[in-house]
Design a protein around this ligand. Structure first.
Ligand SMILES: *Cc1c(COP(=O)(O)O)cnc(C)c1O
Length: 377
């Protein structure tokens, strides 16, 4: 491989076979493979219900929408994430409130969340950064005290566990993405999981224009043409073609996770003796699934210089993430003071993501580490 990407999907011949047979089927959207993929997501997350949608971003949007919160509610989330976590709050007519992170896990800091709760706060969206689950016990305690709903963004954390409980089964709603850099892919795709049958029904309607019956329902023998639109909603459906790929990919999730864990361990071993690199650690109570491998850099090494050096060596490093409040849309329309997020600012200035994906070899890892060592500050 020439340029080593920071993340990469792994589609094999079995996946291709499944997609091919999906293309030959009667239903290529809204059919049995969507339902089958949803059952498979329930199995890996141990949630009662799963609703598959067109992307992780769509999953966030319908997750917030199905809570039916009063307009202008405050929802607390992390600044060190993909911007969709804040955007979904705005798209639903609510107010994003950001809380600073913990340095070791880069996850939202429950203590900072507690400080941002007001009488308008209704929910918390927390992200299991890099695949390390958040301190869900602390977040649940805050939610219980202030009557808040919890949405877990598990886009990095499919298969991860906190004290033996799976991500996807702990919050009121959890969301996942099946973009090619994530643990398993459907090309584009996402899902929401919940144990609540009422939320499940609402989510099914919200992915389908707010209709109370789907196409399969209306196509049944003796069925009426009538349907009702109960909510203002969009088309966030996923196809059977994508779900065929998703089901096939999920069969290899454990294999993917174990390889990611091996590669992360190897990185940490090889990087350990570089004094200016802080390797990431997992807390003992979690099963970390390593969506990304990020390190913090110490003086004299500067992140941007190392970034340029590694890119010039054909190593596809990245930065996760530019804090939400630094994007110009937010600066113009929903400004935050960076000084309110000292840990996020510090982490952002020193963090770099090294390549990590299951098809990487041990030699690839060694090559990346050699290139890191070869950087002269
Ligand atoms: C990937 C990702 C999303 C968005 O998912 P898409 O499927 O790309 O829309 C949201 N949140 C986090 C944390 C992600 O990593």
């Amino acid at each position: 491989m020439g340029q080593l990407p920071y993340g990469l999907h792994w589609v094999d011949e079995a996946d291709i076979e499944e997609v091919t047979s999906a293309l030959r089927a009667d239903w290529i959207t809204g059919g049995p493979r969507v339902a089958g993929f949803e059952r498979a997501i329930c199995e890996v997350t141990r949630a009662r219900h799963a609703v598959a949608v067109s992307s992780g971003t769509a999953a966030l949007e319908v997750a917030v929408q199905c809570l039916d919160l009063p307009r202008g509610s405050e929802i607390i989330t992390t600044p060190l994430t993909f911007v969709a976590d804040a955007n979904c709050i705005l798209f639903n007519g609510h107010t994003p409130v950001l809380a600073d992170i913990e340095r070791d896990t880069r996850n939202i800091d429950p203590e900072q969340v507690r400080r941002r709760v007001t009488d308008r706060t209704r929910a918390i969206i927390y992200v299991d950064y890099a695949g390390h689950p958040c301190d869900v016990d602390a977040l649940k305690e805050i939610a219980r005290e202030h009557d808040l709903l919890l949405i877990e963004d598990g886009c990095h954390a499919l298969g991860a566990e906190h004290r033996g409980r799976r991500v996807g089964s702990m919050a009121d709603l959890s969301i996942f993405s099946f973009h090619p850099v994530k643990h398993v892919t459907t090309g584009e795709g996402g899902a929401v999981t919940t144990d609540d049958p009422t939320l499940d029904a609402r989510l099914r309607s919200l992915r389908n224009h707010g209709m109370d019956r789907d196409a399969k329902d209306r196509a049944e023998e003796g069925a009426d043409y009538w349907y009702d639109v109960k909510h203002l909603a969009r088309n966030f459906r996923i196809t059977d073609i994508q779900c065929a790929l998703g089901m096939s990919q999920l069969r290899r999730l454990e294999q993917f996770v174990r390889r990611r864990q091996e590669l992360a361990r190897l990185y940490s071993e090889l990087l350990e003796d570089i004094p200016w690199v802080e390797v990431p650690a997992a807390r003992p109570e979690v099963r970390h699934v390593w969506h990304i491998y990020t390190v913090l850099l110490n003086p004299p090494v500067k992140r941007d210089a190392l970034f340029r050096h590694l890119r010039s060596q054909g190593i596809g490093v990245n930065v996760h993430y530019i804090p939400v409040y630094r994007h110009s849309y937010y600066v113009r329309n929903h400004p935050f003071d960076p000084a309110d997020f000292p840990v996020t600012e510090d982490v952002f200035s020193r963090i770099i993501t090294l390549p990590l994906f299951p098809r990487m070899t041990d030699e690839d890892v060694a090559r990346v580490v050699e290139a890191v060592k070869g950087h002269v500050a």
